[in-house]
Design a binder for this molecule. Structure first.
Ligand code: 5GP
Ligand code: MG
Length: 175
């Protein structure tokens, strides 16, 4: 993965911006009086979360969790560990989980169960991208940016072996 020539742009930054504006409108409509806790799944979500929250003009809190399901490669290991958990109680709070990509669904399904045990008032999911062709466990995505093909995406926070997170567009790596 040493050459930029293997990167093909899938969603240029303007298209991502338009998708985020649409998501922000939907989320604002549903949450503006609810003081939600947005819980981002690190690390991939950091760029998306930063752009999304800056379009949400109402009271909210931001939390991050770090989960491990992928090793250093491209395939999920099938088991999920909480590497860094929540730093605030979410009991009786409205929780919106923010994820970069729902792929097999294993990571986000695990987190939704984990959060449910803490008895939030509500719990929904916002994902930048959905790769439905790879799903192994059912996941309901309440707010979705893009449905994407079965390709390995990088850029806009998404990495391949920790590279490419800084690229402003979403691209895929050609095999
Ligand atoms: P899942 O548990 O749904 O299989 O995958 C969850 C995690 O895998 C996502 O949070 C995301 O970080 C990572 N992932 C899934 N597909 C891709 C992809 O195409 N590119 C990158 N960079 N990460 C991905
Ligand atoms: Mg992730």
């Amino acid at each position: 993965m040493d050459s930029e020539s293997r990167l093909r742009t899938l969603f240029p930054r303007a298209e991502i911006g338009a998708a985020i504006s649409r998501l922000a409108e939907e989320i604002t409509r549903d949450y503006q009086d609810k003081r939600p806790v947005l819980i981002g799944i690190l690390k991939g979500v950091f760029v998306f979360m930063a752009d999304l929250v800056r379009q949400l003009d109402f009271p909210l809190e931001v939390e991050f969790v770090r989960l491990s399901s992928y090793g250093s490669g491209r395939e999920t290991s099938g088991t999920v560990d909480v590497v860094q958990g929540l730093s605030c109680p979410i009991k009786a709070r409205h929780v919106l989980v923010v994820e970069d990509i729902v792929d097999t669904g294993i990571t986000v399904a695990f987190l939704m169960d984990y959060l449910e045990k803490q008895e939030p008032a509500s719990r929904r999911l916002c994902a930048l991208a959905d790769k439905p062709s790879r799903r192994r466990v059912p996941v309901n995505i309440d707010y979705l940016g893009f449905t994407v093909p079965n390709k390995f995406l990088v850029g806009y926070g998404l990495d391949c072996d920790e590279q490419y997170r800084n690229l402003p567009d979403i691209s895929f790596l050609e095999d």
